[in-house]
Design a protein. Structure first.
Length: 166
């Protein structure tokens, strides 16, 4: 059994992997940030990926590979960053495109890290703190759509999107 803790940030996405010998599955709500490991547990294997994507047709680059296009004026329409913030601040006419872009980011992220999940694994995404409950609800609704778009196959491994949010 493995626990994957994923913190989708504006600048970087942290992925912490906790391998465990426990045989019972924990509900995500019982995993504190200290238990999850990123930011707090230096012994926990983790990956830090810049939260950006460059999309040119079917060609998709994420993280550091994508950042090389950040300041290229000829490529700026294909370079996307600050993805998390856009999930809560985009207007309705743009949100579907942002959801697709974020879904592509996660799909490419898991593909590059060669992460696959089985029925005993737990995947937990942190929820950012919000002052405004309306903003929080909008973000969560959009992020659930991102996870569906990214084709994590959570439903096939026995988790629901709601189980994955912490």
């Amino acid at each position: 059994m493995k626990y994957y803790a994923i913190d989708f940030g504006n600048s970087n996405t942290n992925i912490a992997l906790l391998e465990t010998i426990e045989t019972t599955r924990k509900e995500p709500i019982s995993l504190s940030h200290d238990t999850i490991g990123f930011h707090y547990n230096p012994d926990c294997p983790k990956f830090l990926i810049p939260s950006c994507i460059f999309i040119d047709g079917n060609h998709k680059l994420i993280g550091n590979e994508a950042k090389q296009y950040e300041s290229d004026p000829n490529k700026k329409n294909n370079y996307h960053s600050n993805l998390k913030n856009k999930l809560k601040h985009s207007n309705q006419s743009e949100i579907n495109e942002i959801i697709d872009i974020c879904g592509d980011f996660f799909q490419k992220l898991f593909e590059q890290l060669k992460l696959s999940f089985n029925v005993n694994d737990r995947i937990v995404f942190t929820i950012p703190a919000f002052q405004d409950s309306e903003e929080r609800d909008l973000y969560l609704n959009n992020f659930k759509k991102v996870l569906e778009k990214s084709d994590l196959q959570l439903f096939k491994i026995g988790q629901t999107i709601g189980d994955c949010l912490l």
